[in-house]
Design a protein around this ligand. Sequence first.
Ligand SMILES: Nc1nc2c(c(=O)[nH]1)N[C@H]1C(S)=C(S)[C@@H](COP(=O)(O)O)O[C@H]1N2
Ligand SMILES: [Mo]
Length: 514
Amino acid sequence: MIGSMSTSTRAWSLAGLVAGGAGLSASYVVATLLAVRESPVVAVAGGVVSLTPGPVAEFLIGLVGRADKPLLLGGVVLVVLVVLAWSGRLARRRWWAAVAVLAALAVVGGIAVLARRGTGVVDLVPVAAGLLVWVGTLSVLTEPLRRTEEALAAGASEAPASSRRTFLIGTGAVVGVSAVAALAGRLAGSGRRAVEQSRALLRIPRVSEPAVPAGADLGIEGVPPWMTPVEDFYRIDTSLAPPAIEPGAWRLRVHGLVDRELDLGFDDLVARERTESWVTLNCVSNPVGGTLVGNAWWSGVRLADLLEEAGVQDGADALLQTSEDGWTCGTPLSVVTDGREAMLAVAMNGRPLPIEHGFPVRTIVPGLYGYVSATKWVVDIEVTRFADFTAYWTERGWGEQGPVKIASRIDVPRGGSTVPAGRVRIGGTAWAQGIGIEAVEVAVDGGAWQAAELASVPNEDCWVQWLAAVDLSAGRHQLRVRATDADGEVQTGVLRDVLPDGATGWHTIDVTAD
Ligand SMILES: Nc1nc2c(c(=O)[nH]1)N[C@H]1C(S)=C(S)[C@@H](COP(=O)(O)O)O[C@H]1N2
Ligand SMILES: [Mo]
């Protein structure tokens, strides 16, 4: 097979193909283990779809009809195979050129992954893992080929048998390991798939559909919808692979400084009296003007009711919450029991929680940042004292209590954009959960604050859209916004970093009018 020049070329191509297969299988396995949305190949196909100009896509679809998706995936796979074989042949003369081709392929895959909705850095891990395995396998497989070439060049009449054997054994082993790994990936992913299926089939009684209150969404182009669709809801957690928990297997223990410990299953929980409310959740790491914030319709069981059932003892001032994957946070007891809609949520926007957002049960406490309250996959609540524990983020320098800070954001126009001179509409969002937004004001070029118009909202726990109009002469201008909460506190202009307990400062952008 690798005796003569021509078959040797085939061997190099084969090495490229097999190494590529190993890389793809590795990226698939890692993608499954991390439960990222889609494998790089699917992402590339999706990217091709979104980059294809409309008329061209329509023409092609007209040509091939419903077979467009399989054809597209097949096409991407075919192109990848050709490139892989070519990379193997390149490796024969110029090793670095093969690596460059593979790296370029990985970059294309990475860009395609990142271009998808709702992906992040974690989604790149499969691509990186694939590339590493790829290059490693290629170098191992081509090593005996290289020795053969050297032997031939040195005048040997045929390839040393040992090199041939090494190459064939190596190739076979890589093919075998890749196949087993891909199979294992399928099995590993099946746990999550099974839970995804349970979730899809789960009907929780008395969960109502979200109905956006009249007047809450001003429908301003460029301002995110008042109700955040779950697929657009920001996601923050420390888990690489979100826990996949069957509702039937979920249990919650409420213990510590209580008269009666509770040990509840999912059915026990949802059988209890329920509450539903609009609550805006945001992350302490959200910078001024940032997007780590979302508003949803949550359905669940009031935490205060459960705590009353358990009977909280004197001296307790905190709930130490633990998730299935061991993440912890400490929540002020006084906040949870002061009458606000603090709950163990089982549904988000009228559907069971998505796995990424805590399925089957998570905590929601209006007015607290997520890192001290919004435990996803919650399985344990200990009634205790702040003095007696530290939690995941407080151990890393973040503040203990974490009340949400009043914030406002300009969504349109976008910073750095150009707008027609004259009357310009400015729109955005403001929030002060637990207290409510009383006023929003905007200022141009550091001038006088002028009041914006506020949308109406159903409660003080969710964000408020606002709209203002200002006159801009031709040239560059600075726009800024500030809010006032229902207690009369005016948002501070002092710029502070997100660490240790949330950013402050006025969101300020530059626009050009012409
Ligand atoms: N189990 C678990 N719950 C968690 C976290 C986490 O890392 N693990 N992160 C918290 C943080 S910092 C935030 S801001 C919110 C984000 O919730 P979301 O991903 O549903 O938007 O979840 C909180 N709950
Ligand atoms: Mo967060």
